[in-house]
Design a protein around this ligand. Structure first.
Ligand code: PLP
Length: 481
């Protein structure tokens, strides 16, 4: 019988692999954060055809070291400060191994009762940690993009008389949804997928602190109604991607209630801060949302992918998504949730396991301590930037991301932008730190300007990593003045 690789080999290689991972976590910071690989390098290093005969596991793992690792940008590096820095913590790495060993597919309750029930329990734990209302129903999606897609599909389902699920949208009312100019592109993408189209997303202006202008939202909805659109949903963001600005959710909820619009909150990154009692106000007003997403894979030490979607209207999500062929009917259908009914995919990985293991291994206190430290490190970096006349902070720092830029007085805007990009690329090329950038309108009518971002979020980041990034930035900026 052909069967699997001999388990004795698995045991032997598995032990070595755990040691390898521990070494990677302990010493990985010696590796360049941003991969130095050039396009095509890995493809050229690997054979163009699959092997005819099986190869020993040991040889394959040796190739991970030789070929794969150089092609990695090390997201788990303590000096990874790009995008939203995040972490795969030790408990979650073990959980992922277990999930692969179990290989359960939690599409319906009976295909693994523990997968469904742990998901229900662990999302309720997370809900409590975030201070969200009791009546919320939670379900895990792979990413925030999927969570927002599912939420907005439910919003579409809730439009009276539309019945888009059955009739589609052709020849129907033109739907309009709203999000700020700073909302994540996944909202626009959801509109594309849902047949709302890019024109069906109205981007609402932001104030000087990059938060949605709720009065402008109210005006836009009224104007749309006058010109024949059917407004149906608003997405507010708690922790926007560029600056982590926090939309005024309570004011937006007022508009939604008055206008009978579905309120979705994208708290993919920022929501995690609500674990801290002193930061709980980041989710102020969210108790009035119809749906809300938080990504434990962003700032809760769980590796990609795991996004939590909460809703107070699970029956609408179910009405939007549930299609049950005969082969998936079970005797327990009326007794337990079948989580396939609350999203696009039928197959469902056992993602709850890693969140459960992380919450247990660190506890509320341990998580709070780590988040607090990240906020402290961001504040420290902000102070360093603020006290240097050659740099400026260009946005508020409500959480753990600092937006700043080098000042190059006397240079045209275009040149100053180019120099900032050069500084960023030069720092990233050192391999000692990795930051990313965005573009923001800093002066009304001034056009978008290049802005550098330092995002703290990795569980192994220490003060020395932040200080070193600052040294590198200063020295690269100095040589360009
Ligand atoms: N929402 C916000 C505010 C984000 O910053 C991001 C990604 O950074 C997303 C959604 C999309 O996240 P995901 O990769 O989980 O789809």
């Amino acid at each position: 019988m052909p069967g699997d690789v001999p388990l004795e080999t698995f045991r032997e290689e598995g032990r070595k692999l755990v040691d390898w991972v521990a070494r990677y976590l302990a010493e990985g910071e010696r590796l360049p954060v941003l991969s130095r690989s050039r396009p095509g390098d890995l493809r050229a290093a690997l054979p163009p055809h699959p092997p005819e005969r099986g190869e020993p596991l040991g040889a394959i793992l040796a190739d991970v070291d030789r070929h794969i690792v150089p092609g990695l940008t090390h997201w788990n590096h303590p000096a990874f400060f790009a995008y939203f820095a995040n972490s795969s913590s030790a408990p979650a790495i073990l959980a992922e191994t277990l999930a692969a060993a179990f290989n359960v597919n939690g599409m319906v309750w009976r295909t693994s009762p523990a997968a469904t029930e742990l998901e229900v329990v662990v999302l309720d734990w997370l809900r409590q940690l975030l201070g969200l209302p009791e009546r919320l129903f939670g379900v895990i999606q792979d990413t925030a993009s999927a969570s927002s897609l599912v939420a907005l599909a439910a919003a579409r389902e809730a439009v009276p008389g539309l019945d888009a699920r059955r009739r589609g949208l052709v020849g129907q009312a033109r739907l309009r949804m709203y999000a700020s100019e700073q909302a994540h592109s996944s909202i626009e993408k959801a509109g594309i997928v849902l047949g709302v189209g890019q024109e069906g997303l109205q981007k609402i202006p932001v104030d000087r602190e990059f938060r949605m202008d709720a009065a402008a939202l109210a005006r836009a909805v009224a104007a749309d109604r006058r010109s024949g659109w059917t407004p149906f949903a608003v997405t507010a963001t708690v922790g926007t991607t560029s600056t982590t600005s926090i939309d005024p959710v309570a004011e937006i909820a007022d508009v939604c209630e008055r206008e009978r619009l579905w309120l979705h909150v994208d708290a993919a990154y920022g929501g995690a801060a609500a674990v801290l009692p002193e930061r709980r106000r980041v989710l102020e007003g969210c108790e009035r949302a119809d749906s809300l997403t938080v990504n434990p894979h962003k700032w809760l030490f769980v590796p990609i992918d795991l996004s939590a979607l909460y809703t107070r209207r699970p029956e609408v999500v179910r009405a939007a998504f549930s299609v049950v062929p005969d082969y998936l009917r079970t005797p327990e259908d009326a007794l337990a949730p079948n989580l396939m009914d609350y999203g696009v995919s039928l197959g469902r990985r056992f993602r709850a396991l890693k969140l459960w293991m992380v919450l247990r291994a660190f506890g509320r206190e341990g998580i709070a301590e780590r988040l607090r430290d990240h906020i402290r490190l961001a504040a420290l970096f902000r102070d360093l930037v603020e006290t240097d006349p050659h740099f400026e902070v260009v946005a508020p720092t409500p959480l753990s991301v600092v937006c700043f830029r080098g000042r190059f007085p006397g240079r045209e805007a275009k040149d100053a932008d180019r120099l900032n990009t050069e500084v960023l690329e030069a720092v990233n090329a050192t391999g000692e730190a990795y930051l990313s950038s965005t573009r923001l309108e800093l002066e009304p009518g001034g056009g978008p300007r290049v802005v550098l971002r330092l995002a703290v979020g990795n569980i192994r980041t220490e003060e020395r990593h932040v200080r070193r990034a600052w040294e590198l930035l200063r020295s690269e900026a100095r040589t360009r003045r």
